[in-house]
Design a protein around this ligand. Structure first.
Ligand SMILES: Nc1nc2c(ncn2[C@@H]2O[C@H](COP(=O)(O)OP(=O)(O)OP(=O)(O)O)[C@@H](O)[C@H]2O)c(=O)[nH]1
Ligand SMILES: [Mg+2]
Length: 585
């Protein structure tokens, strides 16, 4: 953050996570060995622009990879978990191999993209080599073929764009690549895909060789391996966590803030491409990741996304699709990690991205990355501040007070992103690893908060108390009568409030209620959605119900006051304020 002399928000942090952040480095991400369970991997490889991404999307059955008529669009390894007739596997799309042997990469991104292809070949069980039937065999195809062959992996040759071409003629041409069989496919029209995938699946490890708990199928149909597996090998907690869906984290932010670097640091790998050039990441890249915490294994899906620039600056169609993919990643995530650059501070574009998170009603953790770049300045500022206090300088310093602690910085960030102030703020360095363990801890905590179900009785009591404390009045002078509230969903938490008139609940008042609910239930990092609804005729007010219940009960003396505490407060408040203020019965 450049502005170490910005005015400090004097209020204490409302963010318990920010308070709990120690000022020392406590990183151990490298001890979190990623253990990815893969039921077999097929990698799609080839020279640029032969239709690899289109084939990938066709096999995945979704538009995941960006397809554009321009070479070198794909850079990272884009992967998807796919099921083909009940058989799960991973399919990987790769950047095109555009260099002949001996040629050097023109730039660092092309070099890194080539390394990613080689890694994909390395991790695959089978490779689909894609060529373009309309162009025939070109020297680069032979180069790709050679590279793949040295890996010793099984290879299937897919001649793509076979939409209208006479197969027999071109088949001869492609046989020089040394394959007995050529799969004629059209990724765009979906021709020939089934044969190709089924043949590739033959080379994958059989599902029965996997641990029984790793595939849902294996639970239903026990196999020989299941029978032999010793259940004591796997703790119950581990099993149950593996069966749960992974926690999906979309890592979003402006270009170059360090999103990809955070993913690499967390997974202790070079899984995604990092470079100082803004706009390095294009596709949204899913990176499965597992961590053991005190014997419990937790699955995450880290989603790397393209940096989002101001929309009016985006005139390149590839960037347009990249940003669209990033926005879609926000929608499909459980928790969004919004990354900011500590050196740059909070920009208008950061606020716009934050706004998208709020609009999508997503849980969020804010990460101020590249903390290593400002750490020293902050330390010096703190030392000066301590000196100033020790020297008992009492006169008012005309300069703005300097931020010297993480807690103060956290407050400052929350103040500037006030509409996202429910999100905890963390300070990290992907470079040094500072607080990356805290990031996972916070995300886990936020996800747990997101899933909580508030008991209805307690919910009603908290809301009734809040309304009693601050009663809204409409422009026409109507007073709110609260009948009943219920939580209708989790993730995001939505609460339905039955009231006399829904128009009395203004946006400001809903924010007030959400704040009161946060104080009572936490919901750190989560949006709270309140929906007011006029009471349907079929719903009786608590007051009416209580009257009926009291009438039905045998008569007995009630202890004054205490009955008010145990019954839902909504009816108590309605009975107290409405008649007195409005003079109604
Ligand atoms: N000093 C420092 N540099 C960092 C840190 N994190 C990332 N960088 C550098 O910042 C540059 C951008 O990093 P990336 O991880 O590619 O950033 P990104 O947000 O994924 O960028 P795009 O994909 O272009 O949106 C690289 O040069 C990184 O080495 C950090 O914590 N500290
Ligand atoms: Mg990136």
């Amino acid at each position: 953050m450049p502005s170490l002399s910005i005015n400090v928000c004097s209020k204490g942090s409302r963010n318990p996570l920010a308070h709990s952040i120690p000022t020392h480095t406590s990183l151990s991400p490298h001890s979190n060995t990623p253990q990815i369970i893969m039921p077999g991997i097929i990698a799609i490889v080839g020279r640029p622009n032969v239709g690899k991404s289109a084939l990938f999307n066709r096999i995945a059955g979704r538009r995941i990879a960006i397809v554009h008529d321009q070479p070198g669009v794909t850079r990272d390894r884009v992967s998807a978990e796919v099921e083909w007739h009940g058989r799960p596997f991973t399919i990987i799309d790769t950047g095109g191999i555009g260099l002949l042997r001996g040629e050097s990469s023109p730039d660092i991104i092309s070099k890194a993209a080539l390394e990613q292809v080689l890694l994909a070949i390395d991790t695959a069980d089978a490779i689909i080599h894609v060529v373009d039937i309309q162009q025939g065999v070109v020297p680069l195809d032979r180069e790709v073929s050679l590279r793949i062959r040295t890996s010793g992996k099984p290879v299937l040759l897919a001649a793509n764009k076979a939409d209208t071409y006479k197969a027999e003629v071109d088949q001869d041409d492609f046989s020089q690549l040394g394959h007995d069989q050529i799969y004629m496919v059209s990724a765009i029209h979906g021709h020939g895909i089934g044969d190709l995938v089924e043949s590739a699946l033959e080379f994958l490890p059989k599902p029965a060789a996997l641990p029984p708990e790793s595939t849902p199928d294996s639970q239903d149909s026990p196999t020989d391996t299941d029978a032999k597996a010793d259940p004591s090998d796997t703790p119950t907690a581990l099993k149950s966590n593996l069966l749960q869906d992974p926690l999906k984290l979309a890592i979003v932010g402006r270009p170059n803030v360090g999103k990809s670097s955070i993913i690499n640091a967390l997974t202790n790998s070079e899984r995604v491409i990092v470079s100082p050039i803004p706009g390095t990441t294009r596709d949204s890249v899913d990176v499965p990741f597992e961590v053991d915490t005190e014997g419990v294994r937790q699955r995450f899906l880290l989603i790397d996304t393209a940096g989002m620039r101001k929309s009016r600056r985006v005139d390149d169609p590839v960037e347009f699709f990249s940003v669209k993919r990033a926005e879609d990643s926000i929608l499909r995530s459980d928790v969004v990690v919004l990354v900011l650059d500590a050196e740059v501070g909070i920009t208008e574009q950061d606020k716009k991205i934050a706004d998208k998170i709020v609009e999508a009603r997503k849980a969020c953790v804010i990460v101020i990355n590249k903390w290593d770049l400002v750490e020293e300045d902050v330390r010096l500022a703190r030392e000066k501040e301590v000196e100033r206090r020790n020297a008992k300088i009492t006169h008012r310093d005309s300069r703005a007070k300097r931020l010297t602690t993480l807690s103060e910085f956290g407050d400052w960030v929350q103040r500037h992103l006030f509409f996202l102030s429910y999100a905890p703020v963390l300070f990290t360095s992907a470079k040094s690893g500072f607080h990356l363990d805290r990031l996972l801890e916070s995300v886990r905590y936020v996800a747990a908060q997101l899933r909580q179900q508030v008991p209805t009785a307690i919910l009603n009591r908290v809301l009734a108390d809040a309304i009693e404390k601050r009663q809204p009045v409409s422009d026409a002078g109507h007073v709110l009568k609260f009948f009943y509230a219920t939580q209708v969903s989790q993730a995001p938490p939505v609460f339905l409030l039955f009231v006399n008139r829904d128009e009395i609940l203004s946006e400001t008042y809903e924010k007030y209620l959400a704040g009161e609910m946060r104080t009572a239930f936490g919901y750190e990092g989560c949006p709270i959605l309140i929906r007011a609804q006029p009471r349907p005729k079929t719903i009786e007010s608590h007051r009416e119900r209580q009257h009926k219940a009291a009438a039905a009960r045998p008569h007995r003396t009630r202890v004054g006051g205490s009955a008010g505490r145990v019954k839902p407060k909504g009816s108590g408040r309605g009975a107290k304020t409405a008649p007195r203020k409005k003079g109604r019965p």
